[in-house]
Design a protein around this ligand. Structure first.
Ligand code: E4P
Length: 218
């Protein structure tokens, strides 16, 4: 499964990239606004920090013609850029156009299998199914992910299911169980994946025993 970090903060990208385990980065208008830096500048820096990674950058218009202009502009910045497009009618039309041109897309704000079907039919590279925002409403956000993975596999669509709006390691575990292709998460949630209390206590014990014995490597 691919792991993307969901951030507009280049320092977080730098730290995650150092681990050597990230396959890409997702941004959205909120995250870019939060970064306090320019859009193009931020996205290009992220491309540089994650060589070969898929870097999602989102259009902000909602009418087809302007969305197309934005998408062509954004995708011209760097070959690693994946154009992120909201799941609205003009967005699905845009994804069909970009797909015909060989431009990769990430369809965002997908909450249902019906929406995912529209994205897959249009040729989306990634379908971003949001889970945390659904859980916040007291429903099961992973349900649509499971059904969408089944749909993709049953009909042989080429789109990858990207689990977005991830809040904690259980979402990652459930994404693996569902057979999702990608999970994107905030840097803070990614750091939680390292954690297990027995790793900490086990390491403390190893080091304590080593030091008490007065050993050294060389
Ligand atoms: C996905 O690409 C989105 O940027 C993101 O996962 C949204 O997550 P949120 O619900 O935490 O804002």
């Amino acid at each position: 499964m691919k792991l993307f970090v969901d951030t507009g903060d280049v320092e977080e990208v730098r730290l995650a990239a150092e681990w050597g385990i990230i396959d890409g980065v997702t941004t959205n208008p909120t995250l870019i606004a939060k970064s306090g830096k320019g859009f193009k500048e931020t996205v290009l820096k992220i491309c540089e920090l994650v060589p070969g990674g898929a870097i999602s950058a989102e259009v902000v218009a909602t009418d087809y013609d302007t969305m197309l202009k934005e998408a062509l502009e954004i995708s011209s910045w760097h070959e690693q850029i994946v154009v992120k497009v909201p799941l609205i009618e003009s967005g699905v039309r845009l994804v069909s156009t970009l797909s015909d041109k060989g431009i990769r897309t990430n369809v965002t704000l997908v909450f249902s299998v019906g929406q995912a079907l529209m994205a897959a039919k249009a040729g989306a590279t990634y379908i971003s199914n949001f889970v945390g925002r659904v859980d916040d409403l007291g429903a099961d956000g992973m349900e649509a992910v499971r059904d969408t993975v089944d749909m993709i596999n049953t009909y042989g669509f080429e789109s990858e299911v990207l689990v977005a709006s991830v809040r904690h390691p259980m979402h990652v575990l459930e994404s693996i169980r569902a057979g999702a292709h990608v999970a994107t998460m905030p840097f803070s949630a990614m750091k939680m994946l390292f954690k297990h209390p027995m790793t900490d206590s086990g390491l403390a014990r190893f080091l304590d025993d080593w030091n008490k014995a007065g050993l050294s490597i060389s």
